[in-house]
Write a protein that binds this ligand. Sequence first.
Ligand code: HAS
Ligand code: HEM
Ligand code: CU
Length: 550
Amino acid sequence: MTESKLSTFDRQDGRLVIAHILFAFGALLIGGIAGMLQGMVKGGTITLPANIGYYELLTAHGVLMALIFTTYFIVGFLYSGVSQTLGGKLLPLARKLGWIGYILMSIGTVIGVIVILLGKASVLYTFYAPMKASPYFYIALALVVIGSWLSGFGIFYQYRHWRKNNSGKLSPLFAYMSVITMLLWQIATIGVALEVVVQLIPWSFGWVDTINVVLSRTLFWFFGHPLVYFWLLPAYICWYVIIPKIIGGKIFSDSLARMSFILFLLFSIPVGFHHQLMEPGISHFWKYLQVVLTFMVVIPSLMTAFSLFATFELYGRSKGTKGLFGWVKVLPWKDVRFFAPFMGMLIFIPAGAGGLINASNQMNAVVHNTLWVTGHFHLTVATSVALTFFGIVYWLIPVVTGRTLTPKMNRLGIIQTLIWCVGMFLMSGSMHTVGLLGSPRRTAYNTYDDHPDAIMWIPYHVAMAIGGIILFIGVILIIYNIISLMRAPKGETQYPIGEVSDASEPTPKFLENWKLWITIAVILIVIAYTIPFIDLIGNTTPGSPGYVTW
Ligand code: HAS
Ligand code: HEM
Ligand code: CU
């Protein structure tokens, strides 16, 4: 394949990618409206009309942001890189699976949002039993998951085909990372699929009267924690593979990058108990073991931080900079394709530190179910990941639609990034602080009969509301930027795939030995979960009937 052919993105593949990206940002817009309103309700600045419940909004926000915006963006982004790096074009079957996946996910999303807005499913994005939603809400979620599976199969199919035709060759880094991201997703979703199909759907239809609550929560978090790495890994793909190219540098080490992804595959699933540390029904030993494994899954993030610093420093030295932070001066600060993901990285330092606090058993007792946790994930997923995704669209949309990024849009992109950072500093900063003062998450405005603690929380809640309004301006601006990108001048934009530094050692073959890695992942899951599941299933405590609490 010639160079000029490579730089033109396949038009049919482009349509599949853009369909996913636009759907994702549609979800961000609606989710953003709900987010802003929630912030304003909590700040005591507005009251909702009687027919809209706070939990209805919060469910719409959590589902549209955390499940829909992310999944659509990720599938679109991964398909784009897989098409680009594995042959320059999707195989017909891979593309077909991508489209069928898209249609199933979209039917699921539309049904889900309608059921939520009808007030029949205010069970939040974690849909904990014994709160009971309409069965159609769970069916809608199942459609989204099945759709995403098909998209994953499309990626596996393209990868297998490439390897058959390129035996002995190392697969492209982007494709390798996409396969791990989707493998992680396939294994993780088994937990939530079991919960929805075996427990929630029969119970919400009334075919069975009661539900085993701890078991359902445990199945949820078997999925819920790796879910957060399903969001993170595509951002890491951008940091490892795309950013070096955008700054004009090199990938520090191909093997280190692959190893860190393997560690995510191994350690991100057997750790769900760190969300259940304060729950009865699970013995201390298993919580302890999963906390140890949680600290293991921090290692690949530390490796990533190390590798990014190395990429930046190598680039700086190649430009003649000296000293520990000399490289900071030569980075392309005025290029939004770099600036937005970089702010994501920078914010990931305090965001990750907050995660370590959450995972520490004693400190979890202080922060669990407070707004601190909400602050934690608005830094991780809603800033580090979201800003990276925003940064990607400034080159991805031009690449797949055959257009170019103009200086004006670049400038608007920088402004959008700054607005997001300021809004999030205010919102997440006050969530963290007021969380430490005890203010609970998942609550509407309440002064608890003018209790002094609740009165003390109010100024922070007001700051949160102001941050939320600024963030919503950021949502409007990113939507405006996307519309402008769709109408940008025609031209050719190169897909930015980084090259590995010459100084790096060749990548060992065992990193692509899937049988080995999947086996180890399964063994770790079996060790961490088998006995707890046997205990939970054999538990003789009576199950719970369903409650509609809203
Ligand atoms: Fe978390 C709760 C622990 C990471 C998301 N987390 C949540 C929830 C969400 C979430 C959504 O143990 C709430 C769920 C709910 O609704 O109840 N989290 C962790 C730990 C990590 C972590 C140990 N979380 C994430 C990521 C998320 C995410 C990533 C989304 C994308 N989290 C918890 C725990 C809870 C929790 C408990 C339950 C709390 C409770 O009680 O309910 C770790 O993976 C973090 C590791 C990260 C680092 C940072 C590495 C830094 C890097 C940047 C380098 C920067 C550069 C630039 C190079 C150690 C890679 C530098 C430039 C310069 C100029 C300096
Ligand atoms: C929860 C505001 C963007 C994911 C919340 C809450 C507020 C809020 C105030 C807390 C409600 C409570 O605990 O009572 C906003 C605003 C945003 C924004 C103003 C920007 C306009 C995002 C993004 C994501 C996200 C981009 C993810 C990609 C979540 C999740 C929850 C949440 C998962 C938890 C829902 C729950 O507890 O069930 N948001 N948010 N948010 N937000 Fe956001
Ligand atoms: Cu977790």
